[in-house]
Design a protein around this ligand. Structure first.
Ligand code: GLU
Length: 489
């Protein structure tokens, strides 16, 4: 796992929470883009040290999210829990070298320290205490008596630390504000701070890209790199993701699991494209990136913004609509559409290779924002049970004199060549003229009889997509309706 060369090595290191949330997905995406752009290695490491929250199902949730997005990793998934013994050994080594120390305060003692800080209106900061400079014999006696203890890092007592963040630029930290934080808990379990640094060193990570909520951890972690004699990686922190009301993104703003967006009918690459725009932009403000390759080429950390990004579900649907209309390959579209059709109980009468199915999808896809919307729109094209807008039927069928012209129209339809759009148009215009009807009246009647709705794509394309047989049947049904229903006055 060590890195003998200077190849870029990045990682996505989620704590499993049962699903991949959009913030994590954006972090994974930016790491992946960087690795793919610079010929680097993208490592997946699941930080599963919190045993209670790390069941196999929770890990699977994260992996399923990454797989759906198409963010493939080159190494891993490593499970952090596998390196427990190594983390413990590192903590012990730091104690042996005098860089960390055992602290034996009881929870009650710590609470008393906290309360006394509160009384002084100061914030509690554990620095030094009585154990950092305790005599070795005192520490040894406690240890032998089996008194529970933690291992803390001895952090600098004074001074200012300066570092460079690849997004936020020069940053500083006053060491007097940094506590002697815990590396190993009293039950022997390592903290996030210890595990993340040891693993990043062992896995040869050269660039850390993660959420801005980790900026404050960075100087603390750099101390550990120094203590362990390892060169710290570069750090780049990504701006936080807010909801449209500018508060931190949460379930209140809608789904936060990426798989919920799969279920809402997003194309995975379109969703990645949308995520990339949260906190990043290219210098020319292009927003739609047709393929992963196009975005990889344009992506760089320079384009990452320092201001918080906004998760705007309407924007997500717009980006998705652009991919549906212009960029997704037909084969992928048909495949991804299938489960949404099945969920609506729509069975294309024939296979996805069927020309009528493909024609309908091509016709409707520029009008849909999601695959769910597309599946709903496809209903009258692929099945005989579809929603009817009664107001449209009243206006375009029942009160339009259709009962008089439908018998002739049905005859014309029976003789029409459905493969020839131009001939269809000519013939139907002739029909309108011959019956002294406006084309609007005839076309709207056909449209509503065929789709149950007021609006549809171009009428000739709609006829073609629905096909001659179904068109004839639906016009016949419209005629029967005219003959049996008395329109309300
Ligand atoms: N497991 C940590 C998290 O999910 C990783 C943070 C980091 O990238 O260092 O927040």
């Amino acid at each position: 796992m060590t890195n003998p060369t200077s190849t870029l090595r990045v990682r996505f290191a989620p704590s499993p929470t049962g699903y991949l949330h959009v913030g994590g997905a954006r972090t994974a995406l930016f790491n992946w883009l960087l690795a793919r752009k610079l010929g680097g290695v993208f490592v997946l490491r699941i930080e599963d040290t919190d045993r209670e929250r790390s069941s196999e199902a929770m890990i699977e949730g994260v992996i399923a999210g990454l797989r759906w997005l198409g963010l493939d990793w080159d190494e891993g998934p490593y499970l952090q829990s596998a390196f427990l013994a190594r983390h413990q050994a590192v903590a012990e080594e730091l104690v042996a070298r005098g860089l960390a120390y055992r602290a034996f305060e009881t929870p009650q003692e710590l609470e008393a320290l906290r309360l006394s800080a509160q009384e002084r209106k100061a914030s509690f900061l554990y620095k030094g205490g009585k154990w950092r400079d305790a005599l070795p014999d005192d520490t040894q006696a406690q240890l032998q008596a089996g008194i529970p203890h933690v291992i803390r890092l001895a952090t600098p007592r004074s001074g200012i630390f300066e570092w460079h963040d690849d997004v936020f630029g020069p940053l500083t930290q006053d060491w007097t504000e940094v506590d002697d934080y815990v590396l190993l808990r009293s039950d022997g379990s390592p903290t996030y701070m210890l595990s993340v640094v040891v693993d990043d060193i062992d896995m040869g990570i050269t660039q850390v890209v993660r959420g801005a909520d980790h900026i404050a951890n960075t100087p603390k972690q750099v101390l550990l790199y120094q203590a362990l004699g390892a060169a710290p990686p570069r750090f780049a922190h990504l701006p936080l993701i807010l909801g449209t009301d500018r508060s931190r993104l949460s379930k209140r703003h809608g789904a936060t699991s990426v798989l919920a967006y799969r279920d809402e009918g997003f194309l995975p690459w379109a969703f990645c494209n949308f995520l990339a725009l949260i906190g990043w932009s290219p210098n020319d403000n292009q927003e739609v990136f047709a393929t992963p390759g196009e975005l990889i080429e344009r992506f760089s950390l320079e384009g990452v913004s320092r201001t918080n990004g906004v998760f705007d579900a309407d924007k997500a649907r717009w980006v998705n609509s652009q991919h549906l209309a212009h960029h997704v390959e037909e084969k992928e579209l048909l495949e991804r559409l299938q489960p949404h059709l099945a969920a609506l109980d729509i069975q294309p009468a024939s296979s996805p290779e069927d020309a009528a199915y493909q024609t309908s999808v091509q016709l409707l896809k520029p009008r849909a924002r999601t695959l769910v919307e597309l599946a709903q729109m496809l209903r009258p094209y692929l099945s005989d049970s579809f929603e009817i807008d009664q107001a449209a039927v009243r206006k375009n069928v029942l009160t339009s004199g259709a009962g008089d012209f439908l018998p002739d129209l049905i005859q014309v339809i029976e003789q029409l060549d459905f493969t020839d759009l131009v001939a269809m148009e000519t013939r139907l215009r002739e029909f309108s003229e011959a019956h002294a009807l406006s084309t609007g009246k005839v076309f709207n009647c056909i449209r509503t009889a065929l789709t149950g709705q007021k609006v549809s794509p171009g009428i000739f394309e709609t006829l073609q997509a629905i096909g001659q047989l179904r068109t004839r049947q639906r016009l016949q049904q419209a005629l029967e309706l005219c003959q049996t229903v008395q329109p309300a006055p």
